[in-house]
Design a protein around this ligand. Structure first.
Ligand code: HEC
Length: 116
């Protein structure tokens, strides 16, 4: 009886940890996001000053295009938001890492099985 309750509890805990993993950036990325102050205006899964990174991911920009938008934002892309300041101080390799991570937010947790 008690063992069963424990099992259910741990299963719930594990799925919670799994859900968390998606919205918490890997340490390397969260370090970059705080270093370049992105987190002051962006959250992963909720609107802040700017759109959530999950919403940005839905736009399906290429990584290169996203880097361009970080350097030269196009406020018309996000009506209802204040314009983002150009973040030209972010070195390209770091901007690319951030862009690739933002795009990864749009992928399903488990990749769909390949069609043969
Ligand atoms: C001062 C607040 C602020 C900061 C700091 C900030 N952003 Fe933004 N960001 C915004 C706002 C507001 C928008 C939506 C309006 C716009 O694109 O101009 C936005 C939009 C974006 C977009 C979507 C661009 C598009 O056209 O779809 C990306 C990608 C982005 N930000 C990434 C970043 C990254 C990466 C950083 C850190 C290097 C950062 N932002 C820092 C406020 C900010």
């Amino acid at each position: 009886m008690y063992t069963r309750i424990c099992l259910v509890f741990f299963a719930a805990l594990a799925s919670f940890a799994g859900a968390q993993a998606q919205t918490t950036p890997p340490k390397e990325i969260s370090d970059l996001l705080s270093k370049y102050t992105c987190l002051a205006c962006h959250k992963v899964d909720a609107k802040l000053v700017g759109p959530s990174y999950q919403d940005v991911a839905k736009r399906k920009y290429s990584n290169e295009k996203m880097v361009e938008l970080i350097y030269k934002p196009v406020p018309a892309n996000w009506p209802g938001y204040p314009p983002m300041a150009p973040m030209t101080q972010v070195p390209k390799p770091d901007a690319l890492k951030i862009a690739a991570w933002i795009n990864s937010l749009n992928k399903p947790a488990k990749p769909a099985a390949k069609k043969s």
